[in-house]
Write a protein that binds this ligand. Structure first.
Ligand code: NAP
Length: 456
């Protein structure tokens, strides 16, 4: 990969890059099939990705006709890599084995290691014989919707495809590596004003939030909608907050520290609730929810905005869903894509049906939704929320930070990029959009770290 990286950094053209040999082995982050029981008996919270995520050489798979080899310059940590690394809710090898039974090309994915990672920025180095729109040398980002374009059910909305998967989670050869195998219909142009790591962190979370709020398939936010956003500085929430502001909505961000309150104010979110300071106890005990606490939360939202949320952006799951359904306005929408705190959900159905609320499920995004989201990044209407960057060798530590909710926004991972700050090919555009806006999350994280270190 060294030769490929050097050629990219030297600005080699398409023909030169396309002629470089593809190595038989490459460096990657992976979990191992023979370790899926390593955390048996350990509490979820104490399962440590630093023990289960390995970085080492793996064999390069053959390239299918509709795929490209991508030299990965940078990638990011998503919560799905945390799930893979703690083997919950099931070991991801089950997904690979199922994919392996589907086709000859699918069989390549069945290995004793799973190369994880569902985001990437990089350079195309080789294209399969059926690839038409991309060529070696193209600078791209990758979205993680992995679909078979011969499935008839995927042609209205590819998320409805029967064998839709998330790349690098339900498929092998993902983005936390120096090389990745990517379907051509996962590629999108890299925003020229961003560094490799800034370009790498957005797609999974931003596109998921786009579909939940903006696209035609979920909550379809309109101007003036009040949107309650759980985890408003986290991976999903940091893009949701921006999308609501950009679309003329009124975000109400929920976070868990004064630092995060400050960050949201800097982003332009006026209404913020610190859930830790408010100490909501939606569950009186493991089996009983406390409606009085839902009401207190609802009153706090009304005190800020004067009204109930038209949309609730849900992903914490069991801990919050009862409250989310309760506080949504009459006729409002609760849109959910996850259940970090538990997927056996409980809410009072009377509050849903009597007030004609809607509970909508959403999952990642189709190619068009991801492309529209990428365009907003290219335009500089939405900014990356990269807060910190790690080397690929530190992937376990980065996943640990996300697992323990110690991060803000997104964590980037350098793969072939030689250091932070490289990859910008349109500095004039960057200047026009504004360094301060692009690097808000990074600067905020640095100042929080500095304050902690100096004890202030
Ligand atoms: P993240 O970066 O960890 O952010 C989640 C935020 O949620 C945290 O920052 C935290 O914010 C808040 N939170 C965590 N536990 C909470 C609880 N019990 N109650 C209230 N708030 C809580 O993760 P993410 O990338 O946003 O992903 C969130 C979830 O969505 C994960 O389960 C992930 O797997 C899933 N996801 C699904 C899709 C999809 O396509 N279906 C896509 C992306 C992510 P505060 O502590 O500041 O409140």
């Amino acid at each position: 990969m060294k030769e490929i990286a050097e050629a990219i950094l030297a600005g080699a053209g398409s023909e030169e890059i396309g002629a470089l040999p593809i190595p038989d082995f490459y460096r990657a982050a992976y979990v191992k099939r023979d370790e899926i029981d390593m955390f048996e008996g350990v509490e979820s919270r104490d399962k440590d990705p630093r023990l289960s995520l390995h970085v080492g050489e793996v064999e390069t798979p053959e390239l299918a006709p509709d795929e490209v080899y991508l030299a990965v310059m940078a990638s990011s940590i998503n919560f799905n890599t945390v799930w893979s690394s703690i083997f919950e809710p099931i070991p991801t090898f089950a997904f690979l084995d199922r994919l392996g039974r589907e086709s000859v090309w699918g069989a390549r994915h069945v290995r004793d290691h799973h190369v994880v990672g569902s985001d990437a920025s990089g350079v195309v180095v080789r294209v399969g014989s059926a690839v038409r729109n991309w060529k070696p040398g193209d600078r791209v980002t990758v979205h993680c919707n992995y679909v078979d374009d011969q499935d008839p059910f995927g042609h209205d909305d590819s998320m409805m495809s029967g064998n839709q998967r998330i790349w690098g989670f339900e498929s092998n050869f993902g983005g936390l590596a120096d090389l990745a195998v990517v379907k051509a219909n996962q590629l999108m142009p890299k925003a020229a004003h961003l560094t490799w790591e800034e370009a790498a962190v957005n797609t999974l979370c931003a596109s998921t939030s786009y579909r939940m709020l903006v696209g035609q398939n979920a909550a379809r936010m309109k101007q003036g909608d009040i949107v309650l956003i759980w985890g408003a500085t986290g991976g999903l929430g940091s893009y949701a907050s921006q999308l609501v502001l950009n679309g003329g909505g009124i975000p109400v961000g929920v976070v868990s520290s004064p630092d995060k309150v400050d960050l949201l104010h800097s982003l332009g979110v006026e209404f913020v609730i610190d859930r830790r300071a408010a100490d909501y106890r939606f569950w009186a005990d493991e089996h009983t929810q406390d409606e009085g606490e839902w009401r207190r939360f609802g009153r706090d939202i009304r005190a800020l905005t004067g009204a109930d949320p038209d949309i609730v952006f849900e992903h914490p799951g069991r801990q919050t869903m009862g409250a989310s359904v309760f506080v949504a306005a009459r006729g409002g929408t609760i849109v959910t894509c996850a259940a970090t705190s538990g997927y056996m959900i409980e809410y009072d159905n009377r509050h849903l049906w009597m007030k004609l609320k809607k509970l909508i499920a959403s999952h990642f995004a189709n190619y068009n939704e991801a492309w529209q989201m990428n365009r907003l990044l290219e335009l500089g209407a939405i900014q990356p929320t990269l807060s910190q960057t790690y080397e690929l060798s530190e992937v376990g530590e980065a996943a640990h930070q996300v697992h323990r909710n110690l991060h803000e926004g997104k964590l980037g991972i350098l793969c072939l990029a030689p250091g932070e700050g490289t990859g910008i090919s349109d500095p004039a555009r960057r200047e026009m959009i504004g360094e301060d806006r692009i690097t808000l999350f990074h600067r905020h994280a640095e100042s929080v770290r500095a304050a902690r270190e100096s004890g202030t």
